[in-house]
Each structure stands twice: as C-alpha cells, then as structure tokens.
Design a protein around this ligand. Structure first.
Ligand SMILES: [Zn+2]
Length: 263
C-alpha cells in the first residue's frame, strides 16, 4: 500500500494537495477570503481542512463521506483556478496569458480540475501532473458522458506520455502504468487494457504485492468487459481465499436484498 498512499500525496496539485492524509477523521470544509493572483478580485472560497478517511476507486476517486477531489478556489471574475499558492513571476505571467485564451474562456463552465489541466498544459508541467488534473476532472464530470470521455482520454494520453518519458522504474511510473490500464478499461478498450495488465504482471514491480493484485483483478474485469468503476476493497477481497470470498459475496447478497426490501 505504500506506493498507493504515496500516489495519493502526489496526486493533487498545489498547496492544498499535501493535506490529503489517510486518517480516521472526516474531511472538514472551511471558508476563506482570498485574492485571485491573476485579476486581483477578492472572493470567499471553500477549502478543505483536516483529515479524511475513505476507500478509493481504482481511478483513485475517494468514495464514502468524501466524494471528490480536494477543492480548488475558482475566481468568480476571470475563472482562474488557484492550483497553487505563491506562483512565481514567470508562472503568473503564463497563467495570465492562459486565462486570456479562447480555449480557457470556453472552458469556464467546465470543472475546476479540467481548467487546472489546461493551465498545467500551458505551464508545460510534467505529463504525470497534467494527467492527474484531467483524471480528477473525470471524477467531477462523470455525470456528463461527453465530458467524462474527454477527461478520461486526456488523462490516458498524458499518463501514456508519462510512461514514455520515464527514465527508470519508480513509483510514478508504476502508478502511471496502473492508471493507463484503468482508463483504457473504463473507456471500453478491453483488449488493449487486458494486454497491458498482463504485461505489467510480468514486471518485477508487480510481483507478489498489492500492485500485482490490482493488475490481476483488472485482468478479470477486462475479461468480463466491465467498464464500471470499482474500489480497492474489491481487490483486497479478491485476494482472499475462496471460502472467504464466498462469505463476502453471501453477505453482500443479503445486504443488497435487505436494501431492496427497505425501499
Ligand atoms: Zn481572477
């Protein structure tokens, strides 16, 4: 799990990102007045504070009490998404130019992380960081099939670039590889996704560990042509001995039945 926890910390851009911990408390929301670094407008914004406890889907979206990515402040006037506190002069100049672009103006109705992705593209951030923004945009926009597909395709493209650009076997590379496969499966590209996860299972970093369990679980999902989101708890259940898995399935069956009768 060390790698995945680390991924969580790496997953979020900006100053607020490092505050995603895994503890037993709920995530608290606070309100703060801040100033937009691009246009100077002062506005109140909601921010996350404190800790959170949740399971995650295989695309890293938190589920349970916390149901989305870390909040990012959005300027109500120019639409700039404040992805980081303390922008350098050079970054600020490029952000001002990015916000003035037609593509950005057209995206004002899109999610905060989609716009953060556009800003990261303009700032020429590493592909892994750009990919994480579009991945989070896909969590925010999953109610809209067109936006969701676009976000997932963009995230897939940048995770693929991150894999190509990797110079050594490290955690970023492993995480980018897992997300590549997950996104291919979610986009219904079952053949390539299955081939991808099978190839991962042959790599040393995916042997006899949780990453390998994820890859093996993903192979099964691809064989079933399952494009739905799934959670890590299912991977943990999947690796349990058969009699324990049967007991879990039985418990789930009766829980579902009780829920149906309760309606
Ligand atoms: Zn502004």
């Amino acid at each position: 799990m060390k790698t995945l926890l680390l991924l969580l910390l790496l997953a979020s851009p900006g100053a607020y990102a490092q505050q995603i911990p895994a503890s037993t408390e709920g995530r608290t929301i606070i309100e703060r007045e801040i100033a937009c670094p691009v246009c100077g407008t002062q506005f109140y914004t909601k921010l996350n504070a404190g800790s959170a406890s949740y399971d995650q889907r295989l695309d890293l979206k938190p589920v349970g009490d916390v149901n989305g990515p870390w909040l990012l402040p959005e300027c109500p006037k120019c639409g700039f998404v404040i992805f980081k506190a303390g922008l350098t002069k050079a970054e600020l100049a490029r952000c001002k130019a990015a916000v003035a672009l037609d593509d950005y103006k057209k995206a004002l109705k899109r999610s905060s992380y989609y716009r953060a992705g556009l800003l990261y593209e303009q700032l020429e951030k590493p592909p892994f960081s750009v990919a994480m923004n579009f991945l989070k945009a896909s969590w925010q926009e999953e109610h809209d099939p067109v936006f969701l597909k676009e976000d997932q395709e963009l995230a897939l493209r940048y995770f693929s670039d991150a894999v190509k650009a990797a110079k050594a076997q490290n955690e970023d590379l492993q995480n980018a590889q897992l997300m590549r496969g997950e996104l291919m499966r979610r986009l219904g590209k079952f053949g390539p996704a299955k081939e991808h996860f099978r190839a991962l299972l042959g790599q040393p970093g995916f042997k006899k560990n949780f990453l390998g369990d994820i890859a093996a679980f993903q192979v099964k999902l691809c064989e079933k042509e399952d494009a739905q989101p799934h959670v890590f708890q299912e991977v943990r259940d999947f690796t349990k001995p058969p009699h324990v898995r049967l007991w879990i399935l039985t418990k789930k069956f009766f829980a579902d039945l009780a829920a149906i009768f309760a309606k």
